[in-house]
Ligand binder design. Structure first.
Ligand code: PLP
Length: 391
């Protein structure tokens, strides 16, 4: 079932599923590392790319992986998708394949992405540049200089800054520069960057796509042509997804819209309740009408997601107090699962930055980032209220 006209929920359930000889409703798990052929001629057809077929699992030529990749492509209405062993694996293969002439990163990005861009790629002689979301006017200089790739997340971590995918893509394409969007925070339910002009989408499937905090995986979506040159990098870096994980990820994607739509509603409820709280200075959530990124979010997102950040009236000690008193929110540095999680950017994702750099990025010591799970909104709000009332 690969009907392009089918709705997202239908595609999540049915896209890519293969029929087996026993009537399994889902693609079976092929853990085998290699696949046999009837003849040398048959083998050569697959090796030479004349026929698609299973060959060797690290190459991605495995029926379970292939089935997952069709589902991943269908999620973002992309021509093609590659699955990876992690979100960083997807990013690193993309950067090495298409970013060698230089990469511009706009706005805040995931810690691992920042480390890879700021210190590791330059060690290989690959130039990388950084602009705040408010410094878009500076992009032209890098585009003129011939960088290969513009990369950004939206909404960003932890301030939920919303970047205009269409506007940035148009700017980059004037110079023939490719655009990659990390769509992890929004998920394909809320935002489809390819439809807004981007060339690549990256997902840490560890988060919403996996959705249960029990698998580590990544995905890259784009055109067949542009993804073709990423294939060898994944193959020889050896960052293929394992077939068991591929099957778990396909299982999770079947419920993705149901989970994310609920998380959107609950996050909106929590965000609205917190705007009223005397101990909260600011709520960062794109679904709030007076949030600075709301207008752009409204134009490019179908829902505002399950991530929000609270800034407390007070300092670091107050935020630690509140976080430590939460009962339903687990202190853990991830997101997108069925269980609600809490982190402080200053102790986790942005711990490595100097206080000056954090301030420049609008990140304060009293910020608390919440990943809203599938618990009842009333219970989550009551939990935050009791934690805030404890000091
Ligand atoms: C977690 C995350 C990554 C990295 O993904 P892994 O699966 O941990 O490698 C990249 N981008 C964003 C936005 C993330 O949240």
């Amino acid at each position: 079932m690969n009907d392009k006209n089918a709705g997202l929920a239908t595609r999540c359930v049915h896209a890519g599923e293969i029929k087996d000889a026993h009537g399994s409703p889902h693609t079976p798990i092929y853990t085998t590392t290699t696949f046999k052929f009837d003849s040398t001629a048959d083998l050569l057809d697959v090796v030479d790319g004349k026929k698609t077929g299973s060959l060797y699992t690290r190459y991605g030529l495995n029926p379970t992986v292939f089935s997952l990749e069709q589902k991943l492509a269908a999620l973002e209405e992309a021509e093609a998708a590659w699955a990876f062993s992690s979100g960083m694996a997807a990013e690193s293969a993309l950067f090495l394949a298409h970013g060698r002439k230089g990469i511009v990163c706009i706005g805040d990005a995931y810690g691992g992405t920042m480390e890879f861009l700021a210190s590791q790629l330059p060690e290989l002689g690959i130039p990388t540049y950084f602009l705040l979301g408010s410094e878009l006017h500076g992009l032209k200089t890098y585009l003129e200089a011939g960088v290969g790739l513009v990369f950004f997340e939206t909404p960003t971590n932890p301030t939920l800054e919303v970047l205009d995918i269409r506007a940035i893509s148009d700017m980059a394409h004037e110079y023939g520069t490719l655009v990659a969007v990390d769509n992890t925070f929004a998920s394909p339910v809320n935002q489809n960057p390819l439809a807004l002009g981007a060339d690549f989408i990256i997902h840490s499937a560890t988060k919403y796509l996996g959705g249960h905090s029990d698998i580590t995986a990544g995905a890259l979506m784009g055109s067949k042509h542009l993804l073709a040159s990423v294939w060898n990098w994944r193959k020889n870096l050896g960052t293929m997804i394992a077939p068991d994980t591929a099957a778990l990820l396909a299982r999770s994607i079947r419920t993705l819209p149901v989970r994310v739509e609920r998380q959107n509603v609950t996050a909106q409820n929590v965000a609205e309740a917190m705007t009223q709280h005397p101990k909260i200075a600011r709520v960062f959530y794109p679904g709030l009408p007076d949030f600075p990124g709301h207008a752009v979010a409204k134009s490019q997102m179908k829902g505002y997601g399950g991530m929000l950040t609270l800034e407390l009236n007070g300092g670091y000690e107050d935020a630690v107090q509140a976080v430590d008193k939460l009962k339903l929110f687990a202190i853990a540095p991830s997101l997108g699962g069925v269980e609600s999680l809490v982190t402080m950017p200053v102790t986790t994702t942005h711990h490595g930055l100097t206080p000056e750099e954090r301030a420049r990025r609008g990140i304060s010591d009293s910020m608390i980032r919440l990943s809203i799970g599938l618990e009842d909104a009333t219970d989550l709000i009551a939990d935050i209220e009791q934690a805030l009332g404890s000091f």
